[in-house]
Design a protein around this ligand. Structure first.
Ligand code: ZN
Ligand code: ZN
Ligand code: ZN
Length: 204
């Protein structure tokens, strides 16, 4: 029986892909195990101290890493699911490969639904939806002009972060930030006066 295989599965919080790793019972009793996501940004760890397993589970639902203590029986036999204490949903599965794979698929669908819901709530979270919409479309127009958005550091690579009542343009090279208020009519008027926008980075 020592060559029985056990599969660990979780959802990577970084890339949102399902991650599975299989180890033999023999290996799990002999040493610590680590199952890493292909993206390299998360890994599940199972440390055995001779009595119990201490698991560190990256959680694809809330983004944190959860610690759990399991009896050897839970890890080495049957099927076990560990719940995320924040969302109260299962975020990690241990058991036969087929069972883990099935639960992981359901978890991925659940996480996607919650993500969509969060995005919808996000849209409603703007201080003024109309102003935000207008500011974003004005920004799009400015950005479409040659050299429309640049940084004082010389870069023209930037990211956009949309907040509740403002939009941040962030230089990808020096990290400088230009905050564009998006709460009132006058914010919109101010933005429309600009033919170009310059992020206040350090001059090259
Ligand atoms: Zn990943
Ligand atoms: Zn969680
Ligand atoms: Zn810059």
């Amino acid at each position: 029986m020592s060559d029985e295989m056990r599969t660990f599965g979780y959802l990577c919080p970084a890339c949102k892909q399902t991650v599975m790793g299989t180890r033999s019972v023999f290996a799990l009793e002999a040493s610590n195990a680590e199952v890493e996501c292909a993206c390299g940004k998360s890994a599940l760890r199972a440390d055995f101290d001779g009595e119990r397993y201490r698991l560190a589970v990256p959680c694809g639902l809330c983004g944190e890493t959860h610690e759990a203590v399991c009896q050897p029986d839970q890890v080495l036999h049957g099927a076990t699911a560990l719940a995320c204490p924040k969302t109260r949903q299962f975020c990690c599965f241990i058991g036969p490969e087929g069972t883990v794979e099935k639960h992981l698929r359901e978890l991925a669908i659940l996480a996607e639904k919650e993500q969509q819901q969060a995005e919808q709530e996000g849209e409603e979270a703007f201080l003024d939806n109309v102003i935000m919409y207008e500011v974003l479309s004005e920004l799009k127009e400015i950005a479409a002009r040659p050299g429309g958005v640049t940084c004082a550091c010389g870069s023209s690579r930037y990211g956009v972060e949309i907040r509740r009542s403002s939009v941040d343009l962030i230089c990808r090279d020096c990290g400088a930030k230009l905050r564009i208020p998006a709460a009132t009519d006058s914010d919109l008027d101010d933005l429309c006066c600009h033919w170009k926008l310059v992020i206040p980075g350090k001059r090259a």
